[in-house]
Design a binder for this molecule. Sequence first.
Ligand SMILES: C[S@@+](CC[C@H](N)C(=O)[O-])C[C@H]1O[C@@H](n2cnc3c(N)ncnc32)[C@H](O)[C@@H]1O
Length: 232
Amino acid sequence: MISRVQRRLFHTTAERLKKTPAEQRWLARQLSDPYVKSARQQNYRCRSAFKLLEIDEKHGILQPGFSVIDCGAAPGAWSQVAVHRVNATGSDPEAPVGFVVGVDLLHIPPLDGALFLPHSDLLQPAVQARIQESLPAGEAHVILNDMAPNASGIRELDQQRLAELCLCVLGLARMVLGPGGTLLCKFWDGVHSRLIQNRLTELFREVKTLKPRASRKESSEIYFLAKRYRKS
Ligand SMILES: C[S@@+](CC[C@H](N)C(=O)[O-])C[C@H]1O[C@@H](n2cnc3c(N)ncnc32)[C@H](O)[C@@H]1O
């Protein structure tokens, strides 16, 4: 529900900035979204932080001392959560110190405790090699994948691009994920989701489909949580 104050703010802002109808709808959604507000209050770079927080709270995937790869890291909210949960800055002197490396096509503002590879395409083998080189002992405990291709508006094409990104992450898992490791992988429910799920089931002992509360109901976005990697 949008409050009177929010509605007034929305109309004034939309008018002043001469927004298109689509931009106005986006602005209205942002202003009425409790996760956007909480992200601002808790200094998260975007609302997606709450998806990972919820998944981690329920399924305990991030632990102090873990090495984590964040695929599609910009603007860096998942990395913020990961840095904190794995103790990558060493802020808890009693706990083991973890490591976070994030990669994205876009710029990622620096974050204490994370190594970022901005302007990097994960589909490129050279980028995957740089990730592997950066990892302590060359292995990761957890791979997070929140990558999304730029929407073309053609549903089939976008699904196919997202499937390519997921398959690329599975290739990365084969390279760097340690035995028993975890992969959290965003997907859009649709024609290719069964294919991705089957591939995950071949590689991991446990695969669950999740829809965190912070994931918008109207979005087809789901997350596959694959645990206990069967490293051969
Ligand atoms: C939904 S955003 C990720 C948000 C991030 N999890 C956070 O919490 O800040 C998806 C990101 O995937 C990135 N991406 C898409 N294709 C990619 C690729 N081939 N290589 C690296 N990043 C990619 C996009 O640039 C975009 O920043």
